[in-house]
Design a protein around this ligand. Structure first.
Ligand SMILES: Nc1ncnc2c1ncn2[C@@H]1O[C@H](COP(=O)(O)OP(=O)(O)OP(=O)(O)O)[C@@H](O)[C@H]1O
Ligand SMILES: [Mg+2]
Length: 298
């Protein structure tokens, strides 16, 4: 979190949300007494300016609900969320909020609205009523950022899944958001498509200085973040750097997740008495083993 400014841009306080229909005015205690299942459960959480955060958790742990609450798609039943100072309950500021925080979903097909790539990317800025030259500039720069500029005249449905997802991301970038939420945006892609999207996510954070939060099922992807949050039953059960979170292998396993394979191998070798540094990625693992073996003169 070295480049992070300690200003919370997304702040959740006591946030609970249930998909059950609640009677008007029912208190939180009453709702709980009635057994309303809380998809997000009394959550206190801060996302700080400039962070790159991965959110992990088993199916149904509340990750998507959390993301939708941050973007004002859902409104808490109890508690409050402040997003860049906007309370997500302020309906008349929803457009302002969505300009600050963009969201990219899992299925690129559901996010593409136009029949030509550049028209699709222009859709958001056009709705905001910008002049044509401003729209052109935003579309070109967004398409270049995701390396899809040369496809600007193509038909989206003829592109690969990964390319479509990059177009969807360009559509969000063209809105110039401060923060982007990704809800398993790599899940439907092949390994190359996934790597491309992860590279773009890191670039948005490292070069474009966006605050980035991405939900993933892939431990290797989570290991690339600066902060990892693990959710279970609508609560945060682990929150720290990837090294901190993944070093507690038992806790991760207890909620039905795995640590990255390289981390696990490192832990096993350490148990066997090998002195190894923290290992998160395959590259870390290769380097650590090479160094250790060189020291041993092997
Ligand atoms: N539209 C809905 N109606 C009713 N219950 C829902 C709805 N969407 C989610 N839920 C429930 O809310 C809880 C949290 O779901 P959520 O989709 O936020 O989890 P998730 O961590 O994103 O899961 P996944 O990894 O499967 O995407 C789950 O118990 C789920 O069954
Ligand atoms: Mg989900």
């Amino acid at each position: 979190m070295s480049e992070t400014n300690k200003e919370a841009v997304i702040r959740l306080r006591g946030v609970s949300f249930t998909y059950d229909e609640l009677p008007e005015g029912i208190s939180e205690a009453e709702a709980r007494a009635k057994g309303a299942p809380m998809a997000v459960d009394a959550l206190d959480l801060d996302i700080y300016d400039g962070e790159c955060v991965a959110v992990l958790g088993h199916n149904g742990s509340g990750k998507s609900t959390f993301a939708k609450l941050c973007n004002g798609i859902l409104v808490p039943d109890y508690g409050d969320i402040l997003v860049y100072g906007i309370n997500t309950r302020e309906e008349d500021r929803l457009l302002e909020l969505r300009q600050k925080v963009g969201m990219v979903f899992q299925n690129p097909d559901n996010q593409i609205v136009a029949t030509v790539v550049e028209e699709d990317v222009a859709f958001g800025p056009e709705n905001l009523g910008f002049p044509p030259e401003e729209i052109r500039a935003r579309v070109d720069s967004a398409l270049k950022a995701v390396r899809m500029y040369k496809y600007r005249g193509h038909e989206p449905h003829k592109l690969s899944g990964g390319q479509k997802q990059r177009v969807a991301i360009a559509g969000i970038l063209a809105m110039k958001p401060e923060c982007i939420l990704f809800d398993e945006s790599t899940a439907m892609l092949d390994p190359k498509g996934r790597r491309d999207i992860m590279r773009i996510i890191r670039k948005m954070h490292d070069e474009m200085k966006k605050t980035v939060v991405y939900i993933t099922h892939y431990m290797e992807e989570a290991a690339l973040a600066d902060r990892v949050i693990v959710m279970e039953n609508g609560k945060v059960i682990s929150d720290g750097t990837p090294v901190e979170v993944f070093s507690d292998i038992d806790r991760i396993r207890a909620v039905g997740l795995d640590v990255p394979e390289a981390t696990e191998l490192g832990a096993l070798l350490r148990e066997e008495g090998m002195a190894l540094p923290d290992i998160l990625t395959t590259e870390d693992c290769i380097e650590a083993l090479a160094n250790t073996l060189t020291v041993k003169g092997a």
